[in-house]
Design a protein around this ligand. Sequence first.
Ligand SMILES: NC(=O)c1ccc[n+]([C@@H]2O[C@H](COP(=O)([O-])OP(=O)(O)OC[C@H]3O[C@@H](n4cnc5c(N)ncnc54)[C@H](OP(=O)(O)O)[C@@H]3O)[C@@H](O)[C@H]2O)c1
Length: 328
Amino acid sequence: MDKTIRWGILGCGNIANKFATDLQMVSGSVLRAVASRDPERAQKFAIKHTAERTYSNYTALVNDPDLDVIYVATTHNFHYEHAALCLAANKAVLCEKPICVNAQEAQKLVELSRKKDIFLMEAMWTLFLPTVTRLIKDIDSGIIGTPQLVQADFGITKPPEAGSRFYEKKLAAGALLDLGIYTINFSNIVFRSKPKGISGYAQFTDQGVDRLSTYNLIYSEGRQALLSAAIALPTPHQARIYGDKGRIVVDDFYHPQQYQIILNGKKPKLVNDGFDGFGYLYEAREVQQCLLDGKTESTICPLDETVATMRIMDDLRKQWGLRYPNEN
Ligand SMILES: NC(=O)c1ccc[n+]([C@@H]2O[C@H](COP(=O)([O-])OP(=O)(O)OC[C@H]3O[C@@H](n4cnc5c(N)ncnc54)[C@H](OP(=O)(O)O)[C@@H]3O)[C@@H](O)[C@H]2O)c1
């Protein structure tokens, strides 16, 4: 089908800016409209990214009849409400990660999208990057044998400012939902399965969100992942995958340009597939292709996997007693 995919962006913050920049590199897609609670922010954003329409409320955006898909880029706590708003208006949705705050919300969204036959996908951009596609192929080919252990860390330093989406409990803040999600996703794609055992520990901020958290996931035959995330502790953002025949080291594993394959007793081999822009155009291309193909779900980022990852995070938070406002 020869059709231009018309995008709307809901929420004009930090990641929306990067996504809109990359969307300009996706031929066959156009940013048509943006919405912000602040009309001036919407105007500035629209000028910067050449969107022809602006809205000062999200409902007006989702009711724009000339949009095919809406990218939801608000804070975690609003993802359910805003994605549901889009689906109710029959608009396809690409929703920032985590798709929701918990699996119950995520499952409700999935059911809504399936019932209405409308596309929905979590913006787990890592899965679509060229280097990750290659990495998955290499692992599946058995290049390092059966993966036995995955280690991955994602620690950053964000100042504990009032209103920060990293610290504010009402915005569903904390390391796990924001950063730990990448480590868990990575582990699940390496092992091509879901963990049978889940345990973890958390150190909390004064507001009661996880500042530093670690996760030990146990897969079939005792294969394991040791993962960590932090919002006030910088760590290298590296993943290491150990197999019977060697290991793979992935720097910046959530958006890698390259990785090293180090077979036992051999010299390291560098694989570099890079990526263009900030790396968000690949997920946008996937959405575009799915819509052109009439698909309501991506096979690379399936909804059941998205919900399964939310369940793992629910389990960890339950162990720590971490609940967000309005959670049952
Ligand atoms: N994929 C990635 O690499 C990546 C990177 C960073 C963040 N993210 C995800 O993207 C989402 C947004 O993160 P961000 O860094 O872009 O955050 P941000 O800069 O704070 O932007 C969040 C946006 O949410 C909207 N919003 C609506 N109601 C709000 C409220 N009551 N308080 C605060 N914001 C409200 C605002 O949009 P308006 O005021 O314009 O309406 C705001 O601009 C998060 O879920 C995060 O996990 C993903």
